[in-house]
Design a protein around this ligand. Structure first.
Ligand code: GLU
Ligand code: ZN
Length: 276
């Protein structure tokens, strides 16, 4: 068994991150498996070296052990580009110059506006336009039924969440997911593409992460099929919430692990606080 914790170094780790890391770590350890860490720093405008350093410090303090070297997504651009090239060569991508506002306006037309896991289903504006040599464009997945004809039913195995696992026929993918963004114009990749490629590259067998990512998983399975990558098992855990029942976010510095540490909490206190 190989599990991983994949934080973005864009703020302090809080109790929700601690819970996620501990669940993934303990699951691997209980099975005599391996726990990996991956730094998801593709958003260079938000990632900071200080936050990355703090991640290592907090996780070590919690008593977690991970394999080194740690994978950092900012060093993986060639792998993401290879995957984009493969999909492009198969005619499965197209450049898109739409802004959020263009998309919203296009969807204001009657009979449109379905929601997918990634927001409103893309209306297809740029799909039919012949464009050459645009450097400032996002790359979208051209999700035609033929593209995924080799994969009739798209689904996955869920080990923790009580949410209903979707099964989507390949012919329904265009309506359910749409032409998702594979590479953002400022990044050269996207969360979905990177996470799929790296989970496969690291041999992750059990993806342990929060339930907030449950709906994204079907997108990941589609990308795994298109790229010929294995689909791991998924374990989407409950989210840690504050007293008002709101899930914790990066800006909830009040619940930063470093703050509890500074106040004298022990790693066992943290485990208790997240119900472990
Ligand atoms: N980097 C993502 C986050 O910090 C997690 C990605 C994943 O576990 O798939 O929310
Ligand atoms: Zn577009």
């Amino acid at each position: 068994m190989i599990t991983r914790f994949a934080p973005s170094p864009t703020g302090p780790l809080h109790l929700g991150h601690a819970y996620s890391a501990i669940v993934a770590h303990d699951m691997a350890r209980a099975a005599g498996g391996t726990f990996l860490l991956r730094i998801e720093d593709i958003d260079r405008s938000r990632a900071r070296a200080e936050w990355e350093a703090q991640i290592y410090e907090d996780l070590a303090w919690l008593g977690l052990h991970w394999e080194t070297p740690v994978m950092r997504q900012s060093e993986r651009m060639p792998a993401y580009q290879d995957a984009l090239d493969t999909l492009s060569a198969a005619g499965l991508t197209f450049p898109c110059t739409c802004t959020r506002r263009d998309i919203a306006e296009a969807l204001n037309a009657p009979q449109e506006g379905a929601m997918g896991p990634d927001g409103p289903i893309y209306p297809g504006t740029c799909k039919t336009v012949e464009r050459h040599e645009i450097s400032d464009a996002a790359i979208r997945l051209n999700i035609t039924a033929e593209a995924i004809a080799k994969t009739d039913e798209i689904s996955f195995t869920e080990l923790l969440s009580k949410e209903t696992v979707p099964t989507i026929m390949s012919t329904d993918l265009a309506g359910c997911i749409g032409d998702i963004v594979l590479a953002r114009r400022d990044m050269g990749t996207s969360y979905h593409l990177s996470v799929v490629i790296d989970d496969a590259a690291q041999g992750v067998t059990h993806v342990v992460r929060g339930e907030d990512l449950f709906d994204s998983t079907i997108i990941h399975v589609v990308l795994q099929r298109l790229l010929g990558l294995p689909t791991p098992l998924y374990a989407h855990h409950r989210l840690i919430r504050d007293a008002a029942g709101k899930r914790l976010a990066k800006r909830d510095d009040a619940r930063a692990i470093s703050k509890y540490r500074a106040e004298g909490a022990t790693p066992d206190d943290i485990r208790r606080m997240v119900g472990l």
